[in-house]
Write a protein that binds this ligand. Sequence first.
Ligand code: ZN
Length: 1043
Amino acid sequence: MPFDLVTSFDPEYCPSTITKWRSTRTGLQIVLIEQERPIVEGYFAVATEIADDSGCPHTLEHLIFMGSKKHPYKGLLDTLGNRAFSNTNAWTATDSTVYTLSTAGWEGFRLLLPVYLDHLINPTLTDSACYTEVYHVDGEGNEKGVVFSEMQGVENEAETIAVLRSHKIMYPESSGYSSETGGLMGALRVLTSQRIREFYYSLYRPDNLCLILVGTVDKDELLDTVSKFDDELPSLDLANPKPRPFVDSPKAPHLTSNVIDTIDFPDKDESSGHILLSFFGPSILDFVTNTALHCLMMYLTDSDISLLRRKIVEIENPLSTELEVYTDDYIETGLNIWLHNVPTEELGNVEKRVFEILKEHIDKSEFNLEQIRDVVERERLQYILSAERYPSTLANLAIEDFVYGTKDGKTLNAAKTLQEFDTILKYETADWEKLMQTWFLYNPHAAILAKPSASLAKQLRVDGKERLQKRREELGEAGLANLTKRLKEAQDENERKIPNELLSSFPAPDPAKVKFIESVTAKAGLALSGASKPDNEIQSVLDADGAASLPLYVHYEHVKSNFVSVTLALSTAAIPEDILPYLFILLSNFYATPIVLDDGTVVPYEEVVKELKKDTIVESYHIGFDGEFYELVTIELQVVPKNYQKAIDWFKKLIWNSKFDPQRLQIVIEKTLMGMSEEKRDGSYMVNSASRRLLLNKRSARRALEVLEMESLLKRLCEVVKKDPSDLVSKLEQVRTTLFTPENVRIVISADIKQLSGPVSSWTTFLPSSVISASSLMPIPRTFNNANDEGRKLGGKAYLLPVPATESSYATLLTNGPTDFKHPDIPALAVAVSYLEAVEGPFWRGIRGNGLAYGAGVLRSIEVGNIGFRVYRAADAPVAIARAKEIVESYATGATAFEPLLIDGAISIIVSAMAEADNSYYSAASRKFLQEVLKDLGPNANQNYLASVRAVKAEAMQAAVMQFLMPIFSVETSHVFIACNPSKLESTTDAFEKLGYEVLTDPFGYLGEEEEDEGGESGSEGSYDDSNEDEDESGSDTDEDGE
Ligand SMILES: [Zn+2]
């Protein structure tokens, strides 16, 4: 075997083993992070350095998926992945390109690994693939190409412009860190396939590739599989080692003085801009200083009481609504601070103000040692929590180590402990002050003042139109026809059909071999009545602690975790309908409010925030439980086991002892109102919001707590609260007393129960003496019961929602569907939907593949009682919907048959979605309560569902499509909600009137409120995620598994 062990160790803070090998023959590296999870995740990293904005790294990332020399078929990885419980994905960062493979179970992973690696090391990189995927002009003269369109969506966003500008200031032109690795539009237009191939050959070599795996893996099989791959690679020329990207490149000189640069970004609304402050940090391998600087940045920004937030955000007439800090983990760290939504005329002043505040803080000796030590403790726990919960945490560490660490494993070994936190906990005030001076105050920085410009927005639009006009004229009819032909040829060459023999030569792995996380259920108090009593060791522990006599409902899930989650689920049906919207204010204010102790002392809100942060790791609230059951609200605290009693005490104080402070309430209301224009610019959001507001009655929390539904109420309260807040306060009191009653609280705890002292008895002090304990529980409310008359009988109406800020359209069609979680047809429907929605499946090829919409899919919500179909970012929504109808019809009537191989694939997608949802102890525990208790599916709900899904046959799928999906596309039985640019209102109205719908335009009267605005899609910062999945999936509308 060519692989030498480099290092192997168990991190002290998280149950796992990290092992690294390196091939002596080729230099290929493997890092295995063993953790107990149902999903095996692979991260295949290449260090990619380039000194221009051509976008070679990003375009290459796309081209890798277009086929390998052994397997020259586009989409093969996805199609095989569908059969092997897998998902593939990739991203391009400034310093690396990472390809991912996540698979439910090792068996499927092992099958796909060789095929995936062949794509990485032997891609075809054809001219045709480059033509369709990177950049081309279509037959109508429009500029297209998957990468080009992707960058078009982000290139003119304020964040993208500011980050790139900052990098250009911080790093010389010759540095890879100064590049836009995603590719600038101008550069993509002239990028050749030859240039991409050259880039490929210079960097995609085995000694510059690292395979990182996280999960439960058979080590021998892994080494065996990768050894076979390694054998086929050219051996490393040890006498002439190739330079390592970045590590062997010249270091960037540091700034010698501050650089303040103003840039324009296109926006019709010129009221507020952004500031980005960037500083050079220490070497990435200086773990102690980097950790200290991270904590220092959190000290400045992480809560309402942090220095910068307190002085810039939490003031009357805020100078910014949001602060954000992040680091660029380059060979020398980059330290960055964002100030978002700064009043435009204040941009320059606020930049200066930041440094004045820092300087004053030190000059006046106000550095708070206790506060920063709290931050360090909390950050340490947050890190442990994320290492336990998310596979990406340790994987990212391994990627960073591969790009910048030493080859002997020494730097990776540092991941064994969290010593750096211990070291900085001993820092004294002087140490922290020195750090602040060295790295922030006296370290030259780049400041980008991003200023909105309406004229630039207009200019861009005019330029685009003129360019198109000019191009069309230059090309002429003949030229355009030529381009149509050329595109068709390229597509034909790319879209070679994958032979069935090839697909069936890969055996489908056995779903029964996927190992789900097992948690142990136990119950106390009211949770014991009615249901069968669990018989296990944990139940005995609870029984011995007084489980039988507790006057509360408590449900326990025992898991192997270092953390305790305590969730209170409450029914909103308890609150009188007329004051239900006030619940929103109560929740928004829940964790940052003054408290009156039993002896009458008032604890100010700053103190509450500080102490709460000290005792807990996560505090949150949600409408719904786990993204379903929207008539419930949940509040949750996560703590370490020794703080279990403290979590209970906090709940008690926050619920019954909090004091409604008009000033705090005013801030909540103002912030919510400020955020609303953001929501009105989001087509996807507007569609969801409209369907809630128009189809549910006011009893429903899903409607009443919808932000736009509350707009007029909040506007009124915003005035009232300044003059006479007494009515608001008394309504909040009423919400509090009706919501928090013992018969309305379901407590759900996930923890290693054996680590808790008094798992049951700790709750005996929870209820105040004035509250009468309950003997029975309120029922679990369901949203479908709150549908209004229109919602109960859908059909015939099309609501058009004009959204000036969007160029593309978003549409949802809804019909009434089953409301019973035990409905016998659910498995067949789930498999049929999974089949239609699969990557490279019928919707994908028919809708996305034809450029009709970026995404399309079926919505299923048993909770709401709706089935639907949605398209998003559609170029032409009516055409996309018509295409979807044809596809559904052809399967419903049997004109197109379900192919057996692909049915296996559809089932496999469901298996992997289930494993994905259960991929940590925390989520597995919460899902178990959701399935077994809230949905009343009883013990082993997962296993039972899997068994019924595996038994589904083609006939049942066809019947399900006929019964449940066909009504979505029929005017008699469906409603349409569509958000589009006002310029498309007329054509859209025509299209739906022709289908027989009654078209209702602008039901909430938003048109005229805002003027025409620029379109813009949101992008991620610094890297380009190429998700195969719905990228703007809201989640809350879909029952992923249809359970
Ligand atoms: Zn991309």
